[in-house]
Ligand binder design. Structure first.
Ligand code: PGA
Length: 260
């Protein structure tokens, strides 16, 4: 089973809609100049909601081989939910993906495992592939070890999903996000394998084999190769480094430096 590597850029609350156009253009041109093979590695951007229409229009008009998605969605489809954004609206903008359960939302917005699971269901209802973020804090790492929290969060997020539903899971140790502290490739592999086993348990062996598992947390062009050499790491969810198109293109071009 070969999984197409997935390099995803989570812009967080950066870039207004005008800046988003410049960033996507520069990213696409940089990849093109480098003769990047967009069919062998999938590259996706996750801009703020307010940028999505501009990003969609640009990618569509220029036929860039870039995917895009949103950083969050409502667990509800429509109605009196001030400030929420429905998965239906994201699908109408051609989003392929939506990030669910990022630790910045679990921690800063009180998103529980139940809320995350409801958002995963909402994404799937609207034909969006959820990029489900899991990961332990430094305190949880000390108390429970490496895999326990990410595995429990994965199982909770996948609860009730029928076999055959496409999902992406991103292992993002909270202590590695935006800190410059990076998990070792060996730890990413250990947790990636444990997450894959959790997908098999929650869904099926076929789903486990087909699902892409990403590592996230201070990924840069200089450290991506070590992660991509791991059999259970199929890509990266990149925060800070995705705001620099040259650096992000360098991460997407990991096949150029992963060998050796
Ligand atoms: P970082 O963020 O690459 O800036 O550490 C990763 C993320 O939060 O998805």
């Amino acid at each position: 089973m070969s999984r197409r590597p997935f390099i995803a850029g989570n812009w967080k609350m950066n870039m207004d809609h005008l800046q988003s156009i410049a960033l996507v253009q520069k990213l696409a041109w940089t990849l093109k100049d480098a003769k990047f093979d967009g069919s062998s590695v999938e590259v996706a951007v996750f801009p703020p909601f307010t940028d999505l229409r501009s990003v969609q229009t640009l990618i569509d008009a220029e036929r860039f081989t870039l995917a895009f998605g949103a950083q969050d969605l409502s667990p509800h489809d429509a109605g009196a939910y001030t400030g929420d954004v429905s998965g239906a609206f994201l699908k109408a903008l051609d989003c392929s993906y939506v990030i669910v359960g990022h630790s910045e939302r679990r921690q800063g917005h009180g998103e529980t495992d139940e809320i995350v699971a409801a958002k995963v269901q909402a994404a799937v209802r609207h034909g969006l592939v959820p990029v489900i973020c899991v990961g332990e804090t430094e305190a949880e790492l000390a108390e429970h070890g490496t895999s326990a929290v990410p595995v429990a969060q994965t199982k909770a997020a996948l609860a009730g999903l029928p076999a055959g539903t496409p999902v992406v899971v991103a292992y993002e140790p909270v202590w590695a996000i935006g800190t410059g502290k990076v998990a070792t490739p060996e730890v990413a592999q250990e947790v990636g394998a444990a997450i894959r086993a959790a997908i098999a348990e929650a869904m099926s062996d076929e789903d486990a084999a087909a699902s892409r598992i990403l590592y996230g947390g201070s990924v840069k062009s200089g450290n991506i190769a070590g992660f991509m050499r791991q059999p259970d790491v199929d890509g990266a969810l990149v925060g800070g480094a995705s705001l620099d198109p040259t650096e992000f293109a360098g991460i997407a071009r990991f096949p150029d430096h992963v060998g050796a």
